[in-house]
Design a protein around this ligand. Structure first.
Ligand code: 5HY
Length: 255
């Protein structure tokens, strides 16, 4: 199974680190296609960034389908464009925030999210509410480091994250941590060992869930609202995004 891991921000260095952490998790025989969005913001840290990362992300999904991907992981904690991505693929598409939150509820009755900037906590809060995890999420905390600065401080970051997670567990009386940024992915295992609680990285979680859905032969339903988009003209610089550009990527399901 070919699984596409999409970093919807344009940091190639971050994609490389995500791929390094994710690749060892793959089941033997499966293949990882790690890609960086070719257009959009350098990092996704507000609603504006989220909105403008979408064309690049959706283009990457189209390209991935063309290249034989049989599942996609959207590696950004805001789960940008998740439902639109599902509309243009019949394969499983998983967002890392939804993946991590689901897993957290299976290993603890309450979890805390630790993310990057104070400002982006609201994006995580909106997702918690949309996914119906309000009764499980006991708190959302930030280390106040911009996404792209996560790369620059490997030593300091481990220490800072450890302290933030410890405080979150104590303050929220929670039993698990959900990492609130794809760029924290490589820290999950060491933090889990140091804190003695499950620390869940959505990138690994998303990848394993795509594998699971693939093995169970469960694909995105094309009945109802997740069917392929309706054909119509798009104008201006989005003209090329009109569906179908050259017919659906996959035959339509009849059911
Ligand atoms: C992420 N932004 O996972 C997020 C989440 C964040 O560029 N990749 C980004 O705000 O920390």
């Amino acid at each position: 199974m070919k699984i596409q891991l999409i970093n919807p921000n344009t940091s190639v260095a971050m994609t490389a680190r995500l791929a390094e952490t994710a690749r060892p998790l793959l089941r033997p025989g499966n293949q990882l296609l790690a890609v960086t969005s070719s257009a959009g913001p350098a990092s996704i840290e507000c609603h504006y960034d989220e909105a403008l990362c979408l064309p690049g992300l959706l283009q990457a999904i189209r390209d991935g389908e063309r290249d034989g991907a049989e599942g996609h992981v959207i590696a950004c904690f805001g789960d940008p464009g998740l439902l639109a991505a599902r509309e243009i693929s019949r394969h499983p598409v998983i967002g890392i925030a939804e993946a991590a939150m689901h897993l957290a509820t299976w290993v603890a009755t309450g979890f805390s999210i630790v993310t990057t900037l104070d400002r982006t906590k609201i994006i995580a809060r909106h997702l918690v509410e949309r996914y119906g995890f309000t009764q499980y999420c006991r708190g959302i905390h930030a280390v106040d480091i911009p996404v792209l600065a996560l790369d620059g401080q490997p030593q300091g970051l481990q220490h800072l994250m450890h302290k933030a997670c410890e405080e979150a567990l104590e303050h929220d009386q929670s039993g698990a941590i959900v990492l609130g940024c794809a760029g924290m992915s490589h820290l999950a295992e060491s933090l889990s060992g140091a804190l003695g609680v499950p620390v869940i990285d959505g990138v690994g979680a998303g990848l394993k869930l795509v594998e699971l859905l693939g093995e169970l032969k469960l694909s995105t339903s094309k009945r109802g609202d997740l069917d392929y988009p309706l054909a119509k003209p798009y104008s201006g610089f989005l003209q090329g995004f009109a569906w179908p550009r050259s017919g659906p990527a996959e035959p339509r399901f009849s059911g």
